[in-house]
Ligand binder design. Structure first.
Ligand code: F6R
Ligand code: ZN
Length: 184
């Protein structure tokens, strides 16, 4: 008699790499991020094909009540004086929250509510971030290494990028201290 296959998906906590599939993956490149960074001419001078972040997800059900699990790998770098960051989004289903877990690297999670009030949380190995519903979120890599974070969120949450067409209320810029906040 064959034993049943009881092997679950596996993630390497140090790197955020999933051991094997089924996986969905998406690379976001500089050319996909027009208008996201403060210094648009600086973005245009950099190679458009450069990958800024990769997302790998387990291919699980999108049905109501089910959860997605994915890892974002945000590479180190700057556009002008601004650190590499994800596009950032509200969930299309605004009430749906999410949890991020810092795996490697150092950065910040920018959170912003529907009233436009923004705040930052440090992201580091072992950090846990409870993103409430009705809260936009963006990762920012302020370190010199890859910033990898595991996320778990409802399959029905979806993404609403358009609601942030005018950007977040604050930017994280390079400074002599490492980083500093600029308000737009
Ligand atoms: C899912 C989630 C993450 C992001 C990923 C890329 O709800 O928050 O998986 O989708 O970090 O960021 P965006 O989607 O803003 O390009
Ligand atoms: Zn999200």
């Amino acid at each position: 008699m064959n034993l049943p296959d009881i092997q679950p998906p596996q993630v390497d906590w140090a790197s955020g790499a999933f051991a094997d599939g089924p996986l969905l993956s998406k690379s976001t490149r500089l050319r996909d991020l027009a208008g996201i960074f403060a210094d648009e001419p600086a973005r245009q001078q950099l190679p458009g094909e450069q990958v800024i972040y990769d997302v790998e997800m387990l291919a699980t059900s999108p049905a109501e009540g089910e959860l997605y699990t994915g890892v974002t790998h945000l590479y180190p770098g700057r556009v002008g004086g601004e650190y590499f960051m994800t596009r950032g989004h509200f969930h299309a289903r605004r009430e749906q929250g999410e949890v991020y877990f810092g795996l490697r690297g150092n950065g910040l999670l920018l959170l912003q509510n529907e009233q436009g009030e923004a705040r930052l949380e440090k992201v580091f190995t072992g950090s846990v971030h409870i993103i409430p519903g009705f809260t936009a979120h963006r990762l920012i890599n302020t370190g010199g290494e890859v910033l990898s974070a595991l996320a778990v969120w409802p399959g029905v949450a979806g993404h609403d990028y358009a609601a942030l067409a005018n950007g977040f209320a604050l930017r994280v810029m390079v400074s002599s201290e490492g980083w500093e906040v600029h308000h737009d």
